[in-house]
Design a protein around this ligand. Structure first.
Ligand code: SF4
Length: 328
């Protein structure tokens, strides 16, 4: 691990100003992803600003009937909150489908959104990787790509966003609140938060340098039945090959976001209009621009099958047979 300096900030504005003013600085909270990356020298921050004292650890109702989740609320606290379990069940199900109990006790809401890809070549510093070292190439293209993306990718990077929580937040239309180094605040729709790689895959999100996440807000509850289904290579402690976060209403309409297939949680409101015609119709629209590799072409039909299983689970109808499926 490279040497670094360390301070603890007392307010969000102070933390953002400190990172904005210090070249090579990063925020640290739970550290469940960043510390691993620092040990491998994939991340080499010169300075860490610890944000754990910022008192952003509360979940509060909003004026319009939603919830405001502080950036430092742990995954365990968020998943177990009675209001979340009752009104945003897809979020609880997604969170408990990820990582392990120990990690969820430490990982924060903001950190979960900011976790980096699990592309195996990103973690192997002997391999070319445009995300780790811009301009070095992409060993995954033409390499082993079973876990990687089928849509939203580019000729520079085919990595996926690995998380579960954000997939549920995408289906719920969450908004991310931030503060920057000058003290200005803004709100970012979660659909605009993670970037597609284009020719700059080393930039994962649309946050500006030094911009700090302070909260995530959820709109008023959608009602309906909430389902999160995660297909993975083993029953726990594994990233999704495909996941589906769905909220289905009694009349057959609904929403669905897909994880494990793209650089960000993948959702198309236009595709959701086909929900009454069934999962295949939604998936066909959702994946019309898919560019799978030889290794991961299986994900295209798997999206339709997992979505079908989610819809059947939500509506209580006979479950579509889905192989290797693991529910939350
Ligand atoms: Fe790196 Fe992206 Fe290629 Fe993986 S897919 S090796 S993260 S550039």
């Amino acid at each position: 691990m490279r040497p670094f300096t360390y301070t603890r900030a007392k307010t969000p504005a102070e933390a953002a100003a400190a990172v904005a003013a210090t070249p090579g600085a990063k925020f640290i909270a739970g550290g469940t992803n960043l510390l691993d990356l620092m040990k491998l020298e994939i991340e080499t921050p010169a300075h860490l600003v610890d944000v754990q004292d910022l008192q952003l650890d509360r979940i509060e109702p909003t004026d319009n009937g939603g919830l405001r989740i502080g950036a430092l609320v742990t995954n365990t606290s968020l998943a177990s909150d009675a209001r979340v379990r009752r009104d945003y069940g897809v979020l609880t199900r997604a969170i408990v489908a990820g990582a392990s109990g120990q990690l969820r006790n430490k990982a924060t809401t903001a950190g979960n959104l900011l976790q980096r890809t699990r592309c195996p070549y990103f973690y192997d510093t002997n391999q070319a990787c445009n995300k780790r070292k811009p301009g070095s190439g992409c060993a995954a293209i033409g390499g082993y790509s079973r876990q990687l993306g089928i849509i939203g990718t580019s000729d520079a990077c085919i990595a996926t966003y690995p998380g579960d929580m954000a997939v549920a937040m995408r289906v719920l239309d969450a908004t991310i609140e931030t503060i920057d180094g000058a003290g200005a605040t803004r709100r970012i729709a979660i659909g605009d938060f993670h970037r597609l790689p284009g020719d700059a895959p080393h930039i994962d999100t649309n946050l500006k340098p030094g911009e700090l996440i302070t909260a995530v807000t959820l709109p008023r509850p959608l009602g309906g039945t909430h389902v999160y289904r995660k297909v993975r290579d083993r029953a726990s402690y594994a990233y999704a090959l495909v996941s589906v976060a769905a909220v289905i209403q009694k009349d057959g309409t609904g929403r669905a976001a897909i994880g494990g297939i793209a650089p960000r949680p993948w959702r198309s409101e236009a595709a959701e209009a086909a929900m009454p015609q069934g999962a295949k119709a939604v998936a066909d629209r959702l994946l019309a621009d898919a560019r799978p590799t030889r290794d991961n072409a299986f994900k295209v039909p798997l999206v339709a099958r997992t979505l079908s299983a989610a819809i059947h689970e939500a509506t209580g109808t006979t479950q579509h047979p889905v192989t290797q499926e693991q529910g939350a």
